[in-house]
Design a protein around this ligand. Structure first.
Ligand code: DGP
Length: 112
């Protein structure tokens, strides 16, 4: 076990409802779903938040979006929201970069 729950999930030390895995990313169900479909798209690399990513992460960041699109397509999801919270004031509670993939209900804009 490490200090980071998403590192533990990525490494298989903590079990969760995994939806997709590859060498750079994992996708699993959020334990507190905010929509009928609520997945977390997470890099295996520990980056605390998007603002702490660096130039070398550019390929990984793009990969996460490709993975989100591919998983949504595989799940038959056409409309979805992909969002990341950067910092406590923006709603971030887990300090390991992740994108929320939300679908299955009407999404409001602007988000609260
Ligand atoms: P955020 O607040 O943007 O940092 O989102 C963190 C999300 O992670 C939140 O919606 C709840 C979810 N979460 C936290 N801990 C766990 C866990 O141990 N397992 C799963 N599946 N989800 C978790």
């Amino acid at each position: 076990m490490s200090a980071c729950i998403f590192c533990d999930i990525s490494e298989g030390a903590v079990q969760t409802q995994m939806v997709y895995e590859d060498d750079r990313a994992v996708v699993f169900k959020d334990r507190n779903p905010a929509a009928p479909t609520h997945l977390l798209v997470v890099p295996r690399k520990h980056i605390p938040r998007v603002a702490e990513s660096v130039e070398d992460d550019a390929g990984l960041l793009g990969h996460l979006q490709l993975v989100a699109g591919a998983v949504a397509k595989r799940e038959g999801i056409k409309d979805f929201r992909l969002v990341t919270n950067n910092g406590r004031g923006a709603g971030q509670s887990v300090d390991h970069l992740h994108y929320h993939l939300l679908a299955g209900r009407r999404m409001n804009w602007p988000p609260g």
